[in-house]
Ligand binder design. Structure first.
Ligand SMILES: [Fe+2]
Length: 148
């Protein structure tokens, strides 16, 4: 069953929401690969790359906002990345990882967004808002680095 994007998964931070939607699309492509090992390899590599850059982006927003649990959140990202990377090894060994991968991805992403990401959303939103009003026009600030 395809994972449906819903307002329940929205943080109200458009840049993050669209990255999360993109990850949902990647998860759905795992299903659409229909057990084709070559397609799966391409999707898994792209999914890992995209997720790693998304995590880095999220982490910089959390750090800039002074979010108390930024370190713990980063740890959760690292553990998840390692967990997904183990699927590469299994795929290389010729295993059909489709079902196990889908279970991990679907349950992890939904829980992570609803619980861990929701937790940082207020402080990050407030910080983004403050930064927009204060320094949008200025060059070289962290805001411009991330959004410029
Ligand atoms: Fe996260």
């Amino acid at each position: 069953m395809q994972l449906q994007w819903s307002s329940e998964l929205e943080l109200g931070i458009p840049v993050i929401d669209s990255q999360h939607q993109r990850i949902v699309e990647y998860i759905n492509s795992v299903e659409q690969a229909n057990h084709d090992q070559e397609k799966m390899r391409i999707i898994l590599n792209e999914l890992i790359d995209y997720t790693i850059s998304h995590f880095a982006f999220e982490e910089s927003l959390m750090e800039e906002a002074g979010y108390t649990f930024a370190k713990a959140h980063k740890k959760v990202h690292q553990l998840f990345t390692r967990r997904v990377e183990t699927f590469t090894t299994r795929l290389d060994a010729g295993e059909d990882i489709t079902n196990d991968l889908l279970i991990v991805l679907k349950s992890w992403l939904v829980n992570h967004i609803k619980r861990d990401d929701k937790d940082y959303s207020d402080i990050v939103k407030a910080n983004l808002h403050a930064a927009t009003t204060r320094t949008k026009a200025r060059q070289g600030t962290w805001f411009n680095r991330l959004f410029g």
